[in-house]
Structure formats: C-alpha cells, structure tokens
Design a protein around this ligand. Structure first.
Ligand code: ZN
Length: 283
C-alpha cells in the first residue's frame, strides 16, 4: 500500500472509535458503559455468541450478552476491544484511549529498615499467601453480581483513597489498592454485590482476616483487616449480606475496613463503582 494511503487508513482507524462511542455508527457490535479512565470498570453488551477480547484477553460473555473488564491503576493509555461476530467473520478491532489519573505520591526518608521491608523470616509466608490471593482473583465464573449498583460494604469516614503511593527510604511501596473506611472494630461488613465467597482466611500476614467475594467474570471484592469472618469459601452471598466484622488484624495501624475491587489482577477504584459515601468525609 502507498505510504500516504496507509497513513490515512491508520488515522481513520484512530479516529473511528470516538465517532462510534458517540453512537454515530450503528454498526458497532457492542455497547459500553463506564469511563475510559485508570481504575474504572466498564460493562459491555453484545449479541450472545459474539467473541470479545479486551487488550488481547478473551472475555466471558453472559447468556444475555454482558461482558466486563477493568482498567488498572497503571493501565497503559492505548487499549483495544476486538470482536468476532461469527467463527467465519474476520475479527474487528476498535482502539481506545485510557485517561491517566494523578496519584498522590508521598516520600518518607530516614525510616528504620524494619518499617520499610517485612522481616526475611516471613518472606515464604507472604509468597504462599500471594498464591492464595491470586488464585481467588484469577477465577472466571458466570456470576453476574458485577452488574449491580454496588453498595458500601460499611459506611464511615473515608480515611484512605485508591491509588496513593508511599516511597519509603527511596523504595516505592505497593500503591494503595482500595478504599479505607474508618469504622470501629466489630462493625458489620456487607457484601457490596451478589457473589460467591472465594477466599476466607482469618490471619494473613499483611491483610489479617481476609474475605474475597467473586462477583463474576473476573470481578472480585477483597475486604481485609477483619476481626471475624461470617462467611466461608463457597457461600453464595446476596448484596447486603453480612460477611464479616471489621477490625485491625494484619498490618494495620488502626481499626478500619480496607476494601479493594479487582478485575482479575487489575486493581480498580471502588469509589468509581459507588455512590458518594453517605456521611461527611475527610477533606
Ligand atoms: Zn487500605
């Protein structure tokens, strides 16, 4: 192909999805709800039987055509959705741009080493527990709880927001992959959406009492620092069911609920899925 016409083709491919997203092209074989922004979850619908990929990953499509994917805190700006409408049809690709968000980065130097890295004696334990957590997050099950309007697992002052990161003695620590709600120990923690309990551990090193609820198609909630678990692995829970009591187990400096939402291993911002907290929040 001539260079100029190839360039024109590339340019038209880049521009096309913007028009599609505005509904200008009725031939788009899917609809999408959600923001193309780091930390967001997007829910799509297509004709059941169509195959859909997000950034090369094949997505489950529910019997009524729903699919879901999430944009990680550090999601790259270029994304694409690929759809194949029949085994004979050529797959079509739509590129999208993911908007970056600004995360607060805090540098603290001069800390004692034991405040920065966990002791070597617990390394094997931490690795073992990471395997458990990843296995729960890797599930791809047909539940459709992810389609509900999520509710707050507990209400209270928001004491920590998603995405912040601390750099201690020059070492970047894991960013804050969840929202913190300051609640006294023993506060009931509710399932934010329907699902199945995929992990219930009373005492993990970092997260203490920990519950993961599988909301289907890779979407899961993790609630940590719990003082008591009120559900076990395999329990089917409805939105609003009590699954645990809050606490400050694991590496927590005070009682609070830490709640994270994942799409597989991508870390999403719970506040993007929720109505505003129904109490006054920290400035
Ligand atoms: Zn937290």
């Amino acid at each position: 192909m001539h260079f100029a016409s190839r360039l024109l083709l590339i340019l038209s491919l880049l521009v096309a999805p913007l028009a599609f997203a505005n509904g200008a092209d009725s031939k788009l074989p899917f609809t999408l709800k959600g923001q193309w922004q780091q930390g967001s979850m997007l829910i799509g619908n297509t004709v059941p039987g169509n195959q859909v990929w997000f950034n090369g990953r094949a997505l489950s499509v529910s019997p009524d055509g729903d699919f879901v994917f999430g944009l990680d805190r550090d999601e790259k700006p270029d994304a694409e959705i690929k759809v194949q409408t029949s085994p004979e049809a050529a797959p079509q690709i739509w590129p999208y741009k993911v908007a970056a968000r600004a995360w607060s980065i805090q540098r603290i130097d001069g800390l004692l080493p034991d405040k920065v890295e966990p002791p070597a004696a617990v390394t094997a334990r931490i690795e073992r527990e990471a395997v458990l957590l990843n296995a729960a997050r890797d599930r791809d099950t047909p539940q459709t709880g992810f389609r509900q309007n999520f509710i707050w697992a507990a209400t209270g002052r928001i004491s920590g927001v998603f995405g912040n990161q601390r750099i201690l003695n020059g070492i970047p620590k894991q960013p804050h992959y969840g929202v913190d709600v300051a609640v006294p120990t023993g506060t009931v923690i509710r399932a934010p959406a329907d699902g199945v309990v995929s992990l219930a551990e009373p005492d993990l090193y970092f997260t203490g009492g920990t519950i993961i609820i599988d909301h289907g198609q890779g979407v899961s909630s993790i609630m940590v620092h719990l003082s008591a678990l009120k559900a076990k692995v395999g329990d089917v829970v409805k939105q609003g069911d009590v699954v645990a009591l809050s606490g400050m187990t694991g590496r927590a400096t005070g009682p609070h609920l830490h709640w994270g939402i994942n799409w597989f291993r991508s870390r999403l911002d719970p506040e993007k899925l929720l109505p505003p907290m129904p109490v006054s929040r920290k400035k």
